[in-house]
Design a protein around this ligand. Structure first.
Ligand SMILES: Cc1cc2nc3c(=O)[nH]c(=O)nc-3n(C[C@H](O)[C@H](O)[C@H](O)COP(=O)(O)OP(=O)(O)OC[C@H]3O[C@@H](n4cnc5c(N)ncnc54)[C@H](O)[C@@H]3O)c2cc1C
Length: 315
């Protein structure tokens, strides 16, 4: 029997609703189950439709950007997952001020802005997410992050279908965090960069890419750093020192190239990734007395009791 939620969505979003859509393919870790419905939204009206249907059926909604910081449960996502389509791409540049759609891939944007002779955003060439995901996460690398450049964001509230403009300060961006409400979909962002020399920025990008290729497992599915760095230390260093590079469960293991990366192989389950995360946290806790916190966003019900080190081992 057809899903009434899918039928309602399909009525307004013809051909852009996929029932029981596997989310693994939408993430860089390549694991996890299906969403009840996956919707490609092209404009604010589409987002308002999703918000209305979700409210009527009391369903959770999530946005999936490039899925480069997402771990989806094997059981999947019981609600609606939104992908932002081509309607939310594009950019315009006025002097050093840039307005770009939230679906723009950061690496593409970084290169385009370098070509435009704008400096300050080269770090984003190495973060394989979308602009919207980068705003929510306050993504950053190589000494820069979104908070350095963000002037304002435009969000569509799923609860009302209304577009709002938020000054950057309202997001309270911190280390890989923002206070963006769960019903707020970032649809565009305005950045302030600085005018510079295109050749210099391109050279900076080439250097960052070479460094990434040398230090990160870019040819295996991963989601970047799985844990945030504790104050004054690096999660990767702590994991390595605790012997974490030996940890492997099923199809997931800690990368031998970078200890704060978990990589998967075909056939891996998200339960394998969770078991690796749990074991890493336990080892670091036992070895250094530091409790690591996840940077990767967990989606769905993992039904595994969480990833805390076992209480019996806590100091
Ligand atoms: C190889 C590799 C290297 C990486 N290196 C870095 C790095 O150096 N620095 C860094 O910060 N991160 C890094 N990451 C992680 C990741 O790329 C960033 O966190 C990125 O910002 C996530 O963007 P995304 O579009 O993929 O978001 P997703 O992973 O799809 O989603 C992440 C969160 O953002 C939300 N979200 C996504 N889009 C929107 C939107 N439009 N509106 C509202 N909420 C939204 C999602 O609901 C979810 O809660 C790396 C990942 C990989 C795979």
């Amino acid at each position: 029997m057809s899903d009434p939620v899918v039928a309602l969505l399909e009525r307004d979003l013809h051909g852009r609703v996929r029932p029981e859509a596997p989310l693994a393919a939408q993430t860089t870790l390549r694991v996890g189950g299906p969403a009840r419905a996956l919707v490609v939204a092209e404009d604010d009206h589409d987002l308002a439709v999703v918000g209305r249907v979700a409210a009527e059926h009391r369903l959770p909604v999530t946005v999936v950007g490039r899925g480069s910081n997402l771990l989806v449960a094997d059981a999947g996502w019981p609600g609606i997952a939104i992908l932002l389509g081509a309607g939310f791409r594009g950019r315009s540049v006025h002097g050093a001020r840039v307005r770009a759609g939230a679906a723009e891939p950061l690496p593409t944007l970084a290169v385009q802005l370098a070509d435009a002779g704008l400096t300050g955003f080269a770090w984003a060439c190495a973060v394989p997410g979308t602009l919207g995901g980068a705003v929510r996460m306050n993504a950053g690398a190589h000494g820069g992050d979104m908070s350095d450049h963000l002037v304002e964001v435009e969000v569509v509230r799923l609860s009302s279908g209304v577009r709002e403009t938020w000054p950057a300060a309202q997001l309270q961006l911190g280390y890989r965090r923002s206070v963006l409400p769960s019903d707020a979909v970032v649809v565009a962002a305005v950045l302030e960069l600085a005018e510079g020399d295109a050749a210099t920025v391109r050279a900076e990008i080439a250097e960052i890419r070479a460094w990434r290729r040398a230090h990160q497992p870019l040819n295996e599915p991963n989601c970047g750093s799985v844990f945030t760095n504790p104050p004054g230390d690096a999660a990767g260093r702590l994991i390595d020192a605790a012997g974490g590079k030996q940890i492997a469960v099923g199809g997931a293991r800690v990368s031998s190239r970078h200890a704060n990366f978990v990589v998967t192989r075909p056939g891996a389950r998200s339960a394998d990734v969770r078991a690796v995360l749990r074991e890493v946290r336990t080892r670091v806790w036992e070895h250094a007395g530091v409790l690591l916190h996840t940077e990767v966003v967990m989606l769905g019900d993992f039904a595994d009791g969480g990833i805390d080190p076992s209480p019996g081992r806590e100091r």
